[in-house]
Design a protein around this ligand. Structure first.
Ligand code: AMP
Length: 420
C-alpha cells in the first residue's frame, strides 16, 4: 500500500472537482436558509447508545456499519453514521424545543461514516446536507421539506430524479400491520438470517433485493390496507400539497428505508443515471424518535441528501455548474522591485474585495502567463522595471487580449470599475 493512499472506501476532494462539492452543499442549503431553517453543527462522534437507541438495534447501520471505539477513558463512542439522531439530541440538550417556537427548524452539513462494502457511489466516508423540523405534526411541514429538496435539485439543473413516497403508519396502525406481516412471513421459505429479521424488523424483509425472496412476497399484506384513518388522511394531505406545488412523486408502497425511526411520511429521492446506488437522498417523519432516545414527545420530520451522489448525478446528466471565477486578477512581476510593488497591489485589491493571485517564485514571463491563464483570471497585471519607472503597470484583459498601462495609484479603482 502506498503511503499516499486514502483509506479504503474514502477519497479526497481536490481542486477543481472540490469546487463542485462546495457548490452542491451551498445549493442544497440555500432554500433551507431562505425558509427559516437555522444552521446546527454537532460532533463527528456520539455515545454509541444514541445510535443504538435512535437508529435502531436491528438496522444494518447499527449492527454492521457503525465505526465504534472505546476511548482511553473507557467511553463507548461511534462515528456518526447519520445526522438525525445527533441533531435531535443536540436540540433536546439545548432545550430548543422549549423556547416556545415550534417547529424547531434546523439544517446541517457534514461528514458521515459507515463501514459498508465500497462501490461506485457507496463510500465509508460521505457527506450529507440535511434538514430537520422538530416538534410539530403538520402535513404542510412534510410537504415543505419535500418541496425544498426538489427546489434544491432543480436549482442545480438536475432533471432525472424521482421522488418515491410512502406512509409507514403510526403507533396505532403500524403494530397491527407488523403482526399481520410477521404471520405471513413466518410461513415462507427463507434463510436463517431473514427469519431472524422477521422477528426484529419485518418491514425490512420487504426491501430484500433477492428475486427468490421477492417472488414469495407477491401476496404479502400491504401496509396501505392497514393504515388507520388518521394516517390515511395525513398522507392524502401531503400528496395533495405536493401536487398543488407542482412537485411530481411516485407512490411506492415498498419503500421502508433502513432506519427504524420512521413513521407516516417516508420518501426517497432516486436518480436514474446512477446504477445500483440510485438513492441520492431520503427522509421522512420520525414521530417516535425523541421518546426512543429518552426525550419528550416531539413529532418531527426531516431529510438528508447525499452530496457525493448528487455530484455523481450532475456528472451523469452532463451538467457543469456555472461556478464563479476563483481569481479575478493575476499579477505577474518582472524583477525584484516589481515583486514588492505588485504584491502591494495584490494586497490592496484583496482588501478591496477583489480576488487576486500572484506569480510566486520569481518565474519568467512565459511560465507566469501560463499560470495566469490556468487561474482563470479575467485580468492580469504585468510590471517590469520600465513600467515602474513610468509609475504604471500593464493591465491585460485576458478575454479580449487588449492591453494598456494604468497608473499605479489607479489600479484598484480601475479594476473595481471593470469587474463591476
Ligand atoms: P440514509 O441516511 O441512508 O437515508 O442516506 C441518505 C443519503 O445519504 C443517501 O440517499 C445517499 O445519497 C447518502 N449516503 C448514504 N450512505 C452513503 C454511502 N455509504 N456513500 C455515499 N453516500 C451515502
Amino acid at each position: 500500500m502506498s503511503t499516499f493512499q486514502a483509506p479504503k472506501g474514502t477519497y479526497d476532494l481536490t481542486p477543481p472537482r472540490s469546487a463542485t462539492f462546495l457548490a452542491v452543499r451551498e445549493a442544497i442549503a440555500a432554500p433551507l436558509r431562505d425558509s427559516g431553517y437555522g444552521y446546527i453543527e454537532t460532533p463527528g462522534f456520539e455515545n454509541v447508545e444514541l445510535f443504538a437507541r435512535g437508529v435502531g438495534e436491528s438496522t444494518d447501520i447499527v449492527t454492521k456499519e457503525m465505526y465504534t471505539l472505546t476511548t482511553k477513558g473507557g467511553d463507548q463512542l461511534a462515528l456518526r453514521p447519520e445526522g438525525t439522531a445527533s441533531v435531535l439530541r443536540a436540540a433536546l440538550e439545548a432545550n430548543l424545543h422549549k423556547a416556545g417556537n415550534l417547529p424547531v427548524k434546523l439544517w446541517y452539513s457534514g461528514s458521515y461514516y459507515r463501514y459498508e462494502r465500497p462501490q461506485a457511489g457507496r463510500y465509508r466516508h460521505f457527506s450529507q446536507v440535511g434538514a430537520e423540523a422538530i416538534g410539530t405534526e403538520d402535513p404542510v411541514l412534510d410537504a415543505e421539506l419535500l418541496i425544498l429538496a426538489d427546489q434544491a435539485y432543480r436549482s442545480l439543473g438536475l432533471r432525472r430524479f424521482r421522488i418515491l413516497l410512502n406512509s409507514l403508519g403510526d403507533k396505532e396502525c403500524r403494530p397491527v400491520y407488523r403482526e399481520a406481516l410477521q404471520t405471513f412471513l413466518r410461513d415462507l421459505d427463507l434463510d436463517e438470517e431473514t427469519r431472524r429479521r422477521i422477528e426484529i424488523n419485518p418491514l425490512r424483509v420487504l426491501d430484500d433485493k433477492r428475486a427468490d425472496v421477492q417472488k414469495q412476497l407477491t401476496d404479502a399484506p400491504k401496509l396501505r390496507d392497514h393504515l388507520c384513518d388518521a394516517c390515511k388522511a395525513y398522507h392524502e394531505e401531503v400528496r395533495a400539497l405536493l401536487t398543488t406545488a407542482g412537485v411530481a412523486f411516485e407512490d411506492d408502497e415498498k419503500l421502508v428505508r433502513g432506519l427504524d425511526y420512521y413513521t407516516r411520511t417516508t420518501f426517497e429521492f432516486v436518480h436514474d443515471g446512477l446504477g445500483a446506488q440510485s438513492a441520492v437522498g431520503g427522509g421522512g417523519r420520525y414521530d417516535g424518535l425523541s421518546e426512543m432516545i429518552g426525550g419528550p414527545e416531539l413529532p418531527s420530520v426531516g431529510w438528508a441528501l447525499g452530496v457525493d451522489r448528487t455530484v455523481l448525478a450532475l456528472e451523469a446528466e452532463g451538467i457543469e455548474l456555472d461556478l464563479p471565477r476563483t481569481t479575478s486578477v493575476y499579477a505577474v512581476p518582472l524583477g525584484e522591485e516589481a515583486r514588492r510593488v505588485l504584491f502591494g497591489v495584490v494586497t490592496e485589491l484583496r482588501r478591496a474585495g477583489i480576488a487576486a493571485d500572484f506569480a510566486f517564485g520569481g518565474r519568467g514571463l512565459k511560465g507566469a502567463m501560463k499560470s495566469a491563464n490556468r487561474s482563470g483570471a479575467r485580468y492580469t497585471l504585468v510590471a517590469g522595471e520600465r513600467d515602474l519607472a513610468d509609475g504604471v503597470v500593464q493591465l491585460k484583459d485576458m478575454e479580449s487580449g487588449e492591453q494598456g498601462p494604468v497608473e499605479l495609484a489607479e489600479v484598484a479603482a480601475e479594476l473595481t470599475k471593470r469587474l463591476g
